[in-house]
Ligand binder design. Sequence first.
Ligand code: NZQ
Ligand code: ZN
Length: 383
Amino acid sequence: MENFDFYNPVNILFGKGKIAEINKHIPKDAKILMTYGGGSIKKNGVYNQVMDALKGYKIVEFGGIEPNPRFETLMKAVEVVKSEKIDFLLAVGGGSVVDGTKFIAAATYFEGDAWDILAKRAPITKAVDLGAVLTLAATGSEMNNGGVVTKAATKEKIPFSNPLLFPKFSVLDPETTYSLPKRQLTNGVVDAFVHVMEQYLTYPVNSPVQDRFAEGILLTLLEEGPKELASDTPNYERRANLMWAATMALNGLIGMGVKSDWATHMIGHELTAFHGIDHAVTLAIVLPGLLTHLKEKRGEKLLQYAERVWNITEGTDEEKKTLAIEKTEAFFNQVGIATRLSDHNVGQDSINTIAKRFEEKGYVGMLPDVEVKDVAKILQARL
Ligand code: NZQ
Ligand code: ZN
């Protein structure tokens, strides 16, 4: 196992009715900016629960944070934070609202053009305190210190992170997810699945604890996801397990001491930036191509995945690896995601544009086994 520093200060309030407790975690004299998305929280009762819990606080609202939150919108919120002298941000929504709120927290105190936080990785030295009420289990943003922001004007989607951006607390009430459309429930299962794969399916470093945690999360998603998607009514226990699986997939724990990749995400971000394809869908398109490309180099971990996650015990090593990749893609299809670029009207022109963007950037993920020149090849195999 490699050396690591593990730090995660997020206070998790998990379960039914936990929104009522957020006032224990926000200073009584705080002036709050409550951020949210396109309005789902007003239809499913979450907005009212939050307002009830915050009786007595001064609250300003900022709605309209879009999926794949936009820099342009978030900078409007930064103006509100400054003019209203806000001292606590409360994100109520999915990963986009939580990510967007982290960016608002960082941009408020940033001197200069806040886009540099993303484009130039300019250091963040101070941030507004924030908390989250999560309504969509997917990204892990509720228990990590990162986010992804898009500049609509230039179609750039860029990640950022800083220890100052861990939420002070996050509420995970599985009942808030009952109103999710199937498409978003599917997205959550697949995003969490691929988060695990980015940290697990790389190279062995003798890390049985991380590996078995990772396999446990994958198996939970495989078992509970399709059942919940097939069900006409939401099941609390299953939602709870899916929600916790998604949080555990990206709160840092399984990534400690192992080799993480994130190439699938980096390529996927470009598909969202240029074509507006849902984040999880881009991952389901790219991952089978990436694994096929790395079938030899990452063979050892791929075999472990085949045997322990898919229970593939017969055949040659080559057959086992191929079958594991096929089963992974079949799972994405089973939960309703079309996994070919052609299903989403993406063709060779776009592959060329994306490949050029990686050439300019000079790298793909965090491991040297996916090179800039490989991006076009991986995507071409997904046409
Ligand atoms: O905007 P509203 O009206 O709230 O509707 C949202 C949105 O349309 C809706 N929704 C959320 N909760 C709902 C609900 N609808 C009904 N009932 C509910 N309970 O779902 C739609 C999608 O929401 P969004 O927040 O965009 O989804 P998700 O949580 O999947 O977040 C995706 C974003 O997170 C980033 C992605 O790149 C993408 O921008 N990621 C962040 C990560 C992180 N911070 O660590 C890691 C991930 O890899 C990911 O990249
Ligand atoms: Zn993701």
